[in-house]
Design a protein around this ligand. Structure first.
Ligand SMILES: *[C@@H]1O[C@H](CO)[C@@H](O)[C@H](O)[C@H]1NC(C)=O
Ligand SMILES: *[C@@H]1O[C@H](CO)[C@@H](O)[C@H](O)[C@H]1NC(C)=O
Ligand SMILES: *[C@@H]1O[C@H](CO)[C@@H](O)[C@H](O)[C@H]1NC(C)=O
Length: 169
Protein backbone atom coordinates (compact mmCIF):
# COMPACT_ATOMS: atom_id res chain seq x y z
CA UNK A 1 0.00 0.00 0.00
CA UNK A 2 2.69 2.43 1.07
CA UNK A 3 4.67 1.84 -2.09
CA UNK A 4 1.71 2.82 -4.27
CA UNK A 5 0.71 5.90 -2.31
CA UNK A 6 4.16 7.33 -1.77
CA UNK A 7 5.02 9.98 0.75
CA UNK A 8 2.84 12.71 -0.74
CA UNK A 9 -0.23 10.45 -1.02
CA UNK A 10 0.25 9.38 2.58
CA UNK A 11 0.68 12.95 3.77
CA UNK A 12 -2.50 14.09 1.99
CA UNK A 13 -4.58 11.26 3.45
CA UNK A 14 -3.22 11.89 6.93
CA UNK A 15 -3.77 15.65 6.65
CA UNK A 16 -7.36 15.22 5.41
CA UNK A 17 -8.18 12.72 8.13
CA UNK A 18 -6.77 15.12 10.71
CA UNK A 19 -8.92 17.96 9.36
CA UNK A 20 -12.18 16.09 9.29
CA UNK A 21 -11.75 14.14 12.50
CA UNK A 22 -11.31 17.28 14.59
CA UNK A 23 -14.95 18.26 14.21
CA UNK A 24 -17.97 16.29 13.11
CA UNK A 25 -19.76 17.78 10.11
CA UNK A 26 -23.06 19.31 11.15
CA UNK A 27 -26.25 20.20 9.33
CA UNK A 28 -27.73 23.54 10.34
CA UNK A 29 -31.41 24.17 9.67
CA UNK A 30 -31.39 27.87 8.86
CA UNK A 31 -33.79 29.65 11.24
CA UNK A 32 -34.27 26.38 13.17
CA UNK A 33 -37.98 25.47 13.29
CA UNK A 34 -38.95 28.81 11.68
CA UNK A 35 -37.18 27.75 8.48
CA UNK A 36 -36.16 30.17 5.70
CA UNK A 37 -39.13 32.51 5.58
CA UNK A 38 -39.82 36.23 5.88
CA UNK A 39 -38.67 36.84 9.46
CA UNK A 40 -40.57 38.58 12.29
CA UNK A 41 -37.83 41.24 12.54
CA UNK A 42 -34.66 42.44 10.81
CA UNK A 43 -32.19 40.71 13.13
CA UNK A 44 -33.85 37.27 13.23
CA UNK A 45 -31.38 35.50 10.88
CA UNK A 46 -28.28 37.43 11.93
CA UNK A 47 -29.13 36.48 15.53
CA UNK A 48 -29.57 32.86 14.46
CA UNK A 49 -26.19 32.81 12.70
CA UNK A 50 -24.25 34.75 15.32
CA UNK A 51 -24.85 32.09 17.97
CA UNK A 52 -23.07 29.43 15.89
CA UNK A 53 -19.60 28.54 14.67
CA UNK A 54 -19.49 27.06 11.17
CA UNK A 55 -16.74 24.76 9.93
CA UNK A 56 -15.67 23.45 6.54
CA UNK A 57 -17.74 20.30 5.95
CA UNK A 58 -20.88 21.62 7.66
CA UNK A 59 -24.00 22.32 5.63
CA UNK A 60 -26.88 24.79 5.66
CA UNK A 61 -30.41 23.50 5.08
CA UNK A 62 -32.87 26.09 3.76
CA UNK A 63 -36.46 24.93 4.23
CA UNK A 64 -39.16 27.30 3.07
CA UNK A 65 -42.84 27.82 2.46
CA UNK A 66 -44.39 30.33 0.08
CA UNK A 67 -42.32 32.38 -2.34
CA UNK A 68 -38.66 32.40 -1.22
CA UNK A 69 -35.25 31.83 -2.76
CA UNK A 70 -31.58 31.74 -1.73
CA UNK A 71 -28.82 33.80 -3.29
CA UNK A 72 -25.16 33.21 -2.42
CA UNK A 73 -23.87 36.78 -2.75
CA UNK A 74 -20.93 39.11 -2.18
CA UNK A 75 -20.60 41.43 0.80
CA UNK A 76 -21.61 44.46 -1.32
CA UNK A 77 -24.69 42.64 -2.63
CA UNK A 78 -25.55 41.51 0.89
CA UNK A 79 -25.27 45.02 2.35
CA UNK A 80 -27.32 46.48 -0.50
CA UNK A 81 -29.85 43.60 -0.76
CA UNK A 82 -29.02 43.58 -4.48
CA UNK A 83 -31.58 41.77 -6.63
CA UNK A 84 -29.02 39.38 -8.18
CA UNK A 85 -29.98 37.10 -11.06
CA UNK A 86 -28.18 33.96 -9.83
CA UNK A 87 -30.51 32.46 -7.22
CA UNK A 88 -31.59 29.01 -6.04
CA UNK A 89 -35.34 28.85 -6.51
CA UNK A 90 -38.00 26.30 -5.66
CA UNK A 91 -41.68 26.05 -4.86
CA UNK A 92 -43.22 26.21 -1.41
CA UNK A 93 -41.90 23.22 0.58
CA UNK A 94 -38.41 23.34 -0.93
CA UNK A 95 -35.61 21.95 1.22
CA UNK A 96 -32.33 23.14 -0.22
CA UNK A 97 -28.86 22.26 1.12
CA UNK A 98 -25.66 24.24 0.69
CA UNK A 99 -22.43 22.48 1.65
CA UNK A 100 -19.77 24.72 3.15
CA UNK A 101 -16.70 23.45 1.31
CA UNK A 102 -14.28 26.34 1.79
CA UNK A 103 -13.23 28.60 4.65
CA UNK A 104 -14.11 32.28 4.52
CA UNK A 105 -17.03 34.62 4.90
CA UNK A 106 -20.30 33.78 3.10
CA UNK A 107 -23.39 35.90 2.51
CA UNK A 108 -26.91 34.64 1.85
CA UNK A 109 -30.03 36.63 1.02
CA UNK A 110 -33.55 36.09 -0.29
CA UNK A 111 -34.15 38.34 -3.32
CA UNK A 112 -37.94 38.01 -3.41
CA UNK A 113 -39.70 41.41 -3.04
CA UNK A 114 -38.42 43.22 0.09
CA UNK A 115 -37.62 40.03 2.05
CA UNK A 116 -33.92 40.87 2.27
CA UNK A 117 -34.63 44.39 3.56
CA UNK A 118 -36.94 42.83 6.14
CA UNK A 119 -34.08 40.69 7.43
CA UNK A 120 -34.14 37.51 5.33
CA UNK A 121 -30.34 37.59 5.10
CA UNK A 122 -27.35 36.44 7.10
CA UNK A 123 -23.61 36.20 6.91
CA UNK A 124 -21.36 33.50 8.36
CA UNK A 125 -17.67 32.86 8.71
CA UNK A 126 -16.64 29.31 7.75
CA UNK A 127 -13.56 28.13 9.61
CA UNK A 128 -11.11 25.27 9.22
CA UNK A 129 -11.94 22.73 11.93
CA UNK A 130 -8.40 22.25 13.18
CA UNK A 131 -7.28 25.87 13.45
CA UNK A 132 -10.35 26.66 15.53
CA UNK A 133 -10.04 23.50 17.55
CA UNK A 134 -6.57 24.51 18.59
CA UNK A 135 -7.35 28.16 19.26
CA UNK A 136 -7.37 29.14 22.93
CA UNK A 137 -10.97 30.36 22.96
CA UNK A 138 -13.36 27.42 23.10
CA UNK A 139 -16.07 27.36 20.46
CA UNK A 140 -19.73 27.36 21.50
CA UNK A 141 -21.16 24.02 20.44
CA UNK A 142 -24.59 24.02 18.77
CA UNK A 143 -25.74 20.59 19.93
CA UNK A 144 -25.31 18.85 23.24
CA UNK A 145 -24.03 15.78 21.40
CA UNK A 146 -21.15 17.83 20.00
CA UNK A 147 -17.69 16.65 20.99
CA UNK A 148 -15.94 18.85 23.51
CA UNK A 149 -12.78 20.67 22.56
CA UNK A 150 -10.43 18.23 24.25
CA UNK A 151 -12.31 15.23 22.88
CA UNK A 152 -12.00 16.70 19.37
CA UNK A 153 -8.27 17.12 19.68
CA UNK A 154 -7.79 13.69 21.29
CA UNK A 155 -9.82 11.90 18.62
CA UNK A 156 -7.98 13.81 15.91
CA UNK A 157 -4.67 12.76 17.42
CA UNK A 158 -5.66 9.10 17.75
CA UNK A 159 -7.14 8.88 14.28
CA UNK A 160 -4.13 10.48 12.66
CA UNK A 161 -1.94 7.78 14.24
CA UNK A 162 -4.36 5.04 13.15
CA UNK A 163 -4.59 6.38 9.61
CA UNK A 164 -0.82 6.72 9.43
CA UNK A 165 -0.24 3.09 10.38
CA UNK A 166 -2.97 1.70 8.14
CA UNK A 167 -2.13 3.66 5.02
CA UNK A 168 1.52 4.53 5.25
CA UNK A 169 3.36 1.70 7.03
C1 LIG B 1 -36.97 38.90 16.62
O1 LIG B 1 -37.90 37.82 16.64
C2 LIG B 1 -37.51 36.70 17.43
C3 LIG B 1 -38.54 35.61 17.26
O2 LIG B 1 -39.82 36.12 17.46
C4 LIG B 1 -37.33 37.14 18.88
O3 LIG B 1 -36.90 36.05 19.65
C5 LIG B 1 -36.31 38.27 18.95
O4 LIG B 1 -36.21 38.74 20.28
C6 LIG B 1 -36.72 39.41 18.04
N1 LIG B 1 -35.68 40.43 18.02
C7 LIG B 1 -35.95 41.73 18.13
C8 LIG B 1 -34.77 42.64 18.08
O5 LIG B 1 -37.10 42.15 18.25
C1 LIG C 1 -39.34 21.89 6.86
O1 LIG C 1 -40.17 22.75 7.62
C2 LIG C 1 -41.44 22.17 7.91
C3 LIG C 1 -42.26 23.23 8.61
O2 LIG C 1 -41.56 23.76 9.71
C4 LIG C 1 -41.23 20.92 8.75
O3 LIG C 1 -42.48 20.31 9.03
C5 LIG C 1 -40.33 19.95 7.99
O4 LIG C 1 -40.06 18.82 8.82
C6 LIG C 1 -39.05 20.61 7.59
N1 LIG C 1 -38.28 19.69 6.74
C7 LIG C 1 -36.95 19.52 6.87
C8 LIG C 1 -36.34 18.52 5.97
O5 LIG C 1 -36.30 20.15 7.69
C1 LIG D 1 -28.36 47.90 -5.03
O1 LIG D 1 -29.64 47.25 -5.12
C2 LIG D 1 -30.49 47.81 -6.10
C3 LIG D 1 -31.81 47.05 -5.99
O2 LIG D 1 -31.62 45.68 -6.17
C4 LIG D 1 -29.86 47.68 -7.48
O3 LIG D 1 -30.69 48.29 -8.45
C5 LIG D 1 -28.49 48.33 -7.48
O4 LIG D 1 -27.85 48.07 -8.72
C6 LIG D 1 -27.64 47.76 -6.35
N1 LIG D 1 -26.34 48.42 -6.31
C7 LIG D 1 -25.21 47.74 -6.13
C8 LIG D 1 -23.97 48.55 -6.04
O5 LIG D 1 -25.18 46.52 -6.05
Amino acid sequence: MAKHLGFIGCSIIVALSLLFSATEARQYHVGDSFGWNTPPNQTFYSDWASSKTFFVGDSLVFNWTGNQNVADVTMAEYNNCTDVTSVFTGPSGTVFTINLLNPGRRYFICTVDDHCERGQKFSINVEWPISSGLSPSAQPTPFSSAPTLSYGILSAFLSIIAVYFFTCV
